[in-house]
Design a protein around this ligand. Structure first.
Ligand SMILES: Nc1nc2c(ncn2[C@@H]2O[C@H](COP(=O)(O)OP(=O)(O)O[C@H]3O[C@H](CO)[C@@H](O)[C@H](O)[C@@H]3O)[C@@H](O)[C@H]2O)c(=O)[nH]1
Ligand SMILES: [Mg+2]
Length: 240
């Protein structure tokens, strides 16, 4: 008999003490209601706000079979947080998402269903197709995000509507292959992953999602990340 599918969620956190209990509760609810096997791998980068203490409480509440804690000593960036977390994933599918409930777990069953329908390698959430959208960002942040997508799309033509978004479902071995060829460390990571996945011939489907800006805490996206991103697009253009 085939083994039952299991979904491993990689959840990078930096100062998400207030968000973590709610996102965990929502994930548990979604997976339980949809009869899906699950685990969450929390990769906390030594958050000064005590995120790890909260994570330990959650592990007690939901069980170590559902919550793995895989912290790192300091803030080493979003891209490498996924690389770190992936080593511990026991599921045959891996979901990456943000911990600040900008990515609502309610989209996960839809992503899983679409994946199954044609055995897709990757299903990505998109803010920029169908009834997807962004809520709560100011004009400047919207402009930066749109501009970043347009820039990469024009230069690299991967044919995916949301390149910088990070709500995605992968077959585990596909994520392993793509991640091992990816060089970016920070926010550029998502875009590089998708461009490389397409270049490697993996199939990608899209689910429109609504991205809602965080309620608690602050975004960690800074000006230097934007410069890194532009550099990342151009260096991929030379390579892929
Ligand atoms: N472990 C770890 N986690 C991090 C780090 N930097 C950010 N995070 C975590 O990564 C998630 C996203 O970070 P945010 O700071 O909330 O990102 P955002 O500004 O809302 O950006 C969103 O949009 C970007 C552009 O579309 C996306 O690239 C990004 O992934 C995210 O979806 C959150 O769970 C945050 O705690 C880090 O260095 N280390
Ligand atoms: Mg956020």
């Amino acid at each position: 008999m085939a083994q039952k599918d299991k979904y491993s969620v990689l959840l990078p956190t930096y100062n998400e003490r207030k968000n973590l209990p709610i996102i965990t509760w929502l994930l548990n609810k979604t997976f339980t209601e949809n009869n899906m096997d699950w685990e969450i791998i929390i990769v906390d980068d030594g958050s000064p706000d005590g995120t790890q203490e909260v994570a330990k409480q959650l592990q007690k509440a939901y069980g170590a079979n559902h919550i793995q804690l895989k912290p790192r000593a300091g803030k080493l960036g979003l891209g490498t947080a996924y690389v770190h977390g992936l080593q511990f994933a026991t599921g045959n599918y891996v979901i990456i998402m943000d911990a600040d409930f900008s990515h609502h777990p309610k989209f996960i069953p839809r992503m899983a269903e679409l994946q199954k329908s044609q055995n897709y390698d990757i299903v990505t959430g998109t803010r920029y197709a169908g009834d997807g959208g962004v809520y709560g960002w100011d004009l400047k942040r919207k402009f930066v995000s749109r501009g970043a997508n347009l820039f990469a799309d024009t230069v690299l033509r991967p044919g995916v509507s949301d390149l910088t978004g990070s709500f995605r479902l992968y077959k585990r071995e596909v994520l392993q292959k793509v991640i091992s060829s990816t060089e970016s460390k920070g926010y550029t990571f998502q875009m590089e992953m998708m461009v490389r996945a397409k270049a490697m011939g993996f199939s990608v489907a899209e689910v429109p999602i609504s991205f809602v800006d965080r309620v608690y805490g602050e975004s960690k996206l800074g000006g230097d990340e934007i410069v890194e991103y532009a550099k990342g697009v151009l260096s991929l253009w030379m390579k892929v």
